[in-house]
Design a protein around this ligand. Sequence first.
Ligand code: UDP
Length: 331
Amino acid sequence: MRVVVTGGAGFLGSHLCERLIERGDQVVCLDNFLTGTPANVEHLQGRDGFRLVRTDVTDYLHVVGPVDLVLHFASPASPVDYLRVPIETLKVGSIGTLHALGLAKDKGARFVLASTSEVYGDPEVHPQPESYWGHVNPVGPRGVYDEAKRFAEALTLAYRHTHGVDTGIVRIFNTFGPRMRPDDGRAIPNFIRQALAGEPVTVAGDGKQTRSICYVDDLVTGILAMADADHSGPINIGNPHEIAMLDLARWIIDLTGSASEIVHIERPVDDPTIRQPDTTLAQAVLAWEPQVAVEDGLLRTIEWFRSQEQAQAFAVPPLDPQATEHILRGE
Ligand code: UDP
């Protein structure tokens, strides 16, 4: 198969590219390096069938030759990132998705959209099945990401029904693993980086809010199962292992053997209180379930962060100015 991966140099995209190359597919990896980096796919450069092209899919998307599958993964995905580049986030979810769907239509390729648990917003149903419509604030800060992805889902279905494109939608829940940027602002990279540096670990609010966290290898298996299936989705892909952020912070401090203390910072606006995938559909349709225990995943991720630290690759802007003030005052 010849596969186009938009956002292929990002965290998830790079793991997808790697797995596709390992299984013998050809990969055209597209990225504008806004939040991704060529370093994520450096190890694939020179491998048979791998090509990296710097391009912004919101401007233009053209690929010469046949394409069997388009995996549309281009988008900032961490709250800190999409709040920094809100318009780019809306553009890649809307215009970028339009272009990626156009490419799939033109080539007769299957198209898989990376959607998100954020389409459920701050959910009033728990766990969240695909049939739940969500509870999203369109004019809150997270609206730029949530609504871009909701629009992308609607556009994907419109191309399916109007143009007969073979489409699939995966709703991705919180995922972690090697190649998350230490400065991307999300809980797991923040906690690991802080714990390894012996800095205070920043828990938002009282830390009772939950997320359900999936190791990246499991996620990639689920996405490729969806790519190989002919189901339209949406299908939740995530690990139902749910944990409160305070417990996660303590766990990471423990696993790293760190002496870091926990500090509480302000909770972001519209931060979802609970989140857990109902994975019944993925089990039934894709025979997919996560295999990696969360603790093993965390240990592998910590190991990777340690190796990066040794490579002196850490240049870390703070999560937010308020958080830093706290930390600088030693509170
Ligand atoms: N969070 C935290 N400390 C941090 C970063 C995030 O306690 O340093 C919290 C955040 O407020 C949220 C949870 O961790 O409740 C997950 O946030 P993340 O940014 O990882 O993902 P998302 O909100 O997109 O699920």
